[in-house]
Design a protein around this ligand. Sequence first.
Ligand SMILES: [Zn+2]
Length: 455
Amino acid sequence: MKTVIGLEIHNQLASESKLFCACPTKGYRTAPANSLICPSCLSQPGSKPWGINAKAVGNVLKIALALNCKIILDKPVFVQRKHYIYPDLASGYQRTSKPIGENGELAGVKIREVHVEEDPGQYDLRTGEVNYNRSGVPLVEIVTDPDFTSADHARRFLEELSAILDYLGARRSEPGSMRVDANISIEGHPRIEVKNINSFKGVLTALTFEEARQKNLVKHGAQYGQETRHFDEKRGITIGLRKKESVDDYRYFPDPDVPPMVIGEKLVEKIRRGLPELPAQKRERFVRHYNVTGEEAFAICLEKEYADAFEEIAKDGGAKQAANFMRGVVKKQLNYRDLAYRDSKLTVKTISELLAMLEKKEITEKVAEKLLIDFLDKGLDPRKNAEKEGLLGIHGSQELEAIVERVISENKKPVEDFRKGKAEALHFLAGQVMKLTKGKASPREVKEMLEKRLK
Ligand SMILES: [Zn+2]
């Protein structure tokens, strides 16, 4: 049973004002409810939309070009009204443009189209409160072909897409600004739309759940039709909402109050020339120039600020070690805290300091990780912390030799086993040494010392 998944991705665009009026977008989440509104974004009788926000459209063009789309040039691109009745829409319709770019491609996935639209307001189902501060905030919508065959494939794609949007500086990058709707079906069976997925983890959970649910229905020969389901992030499940609207239900038609956009080649060329180095190009350059692995480059380049930090460290040498450490230990601790590098207290200086201590073999990777954790959680300076806690390494020292001797004399049986050719016995002995050094010795050095001593 083959799974078929397509994605519709919405992301708020970087823009100081809303799409069809001058109301600010900054701080709309924290401002008092309904304080950032005007007659236009509320569609009050007699109000008209202002001209479309050129900066928002420019950002959509950047995105479309970065996704290798063909831009719709020199012909009118209409803004349509998409009708539905829900308290989050004051006007009863959402303004959404026809495609600005089409037929793109990213990481082997076809991008069907990219367009601009306005965010609706927010309706709280529990309290019944409506807040229109978000109403009219510019959004990009990116629609893919159903080219994904698994939840993990979709998640990886979104990571890459998300990195591109950040590199372009084209979106609001606060958490929750990306929202994903997914169409998922078992080949030859009805298509289910899952709405309200707000995180990469959510994509994985929602699609894994939905795939299993549909496969189960198919296996038992159950009849089911197209429907829209809501993802409940807390419970990790999807819940049936309603039969899916067909395109006709939305009664799309061109908004008579908004003149169509016409995008000229000159503007597109100017934007194309201004595009920054994108993640894929940066990865390729890192692999070529710094000799790091593709996997290391992928992990490091997901966040531009992190990639820049790597490059600053690597240009003075030690790129291999830096890549290994930043892809492994550092990334693990950041991910564990659900923290981006730019939002953490980490700096190039801190990472370099840890790397320098590693390089001089003053600490092991295990100790480096502990120092990093103390830095992230308590703000402790790594070197001062290492000195204070007595974590600076014991290697090749008399202290280490004494510990090795002690372990050998206290573990007669494993020593004998090793001499008889039982290789695992050495792991046990090395483990005992590591325990006594509280992890401050290098495991490789300990193993070598033991081998030398026992042969
Ligand atoms: Zn407004």
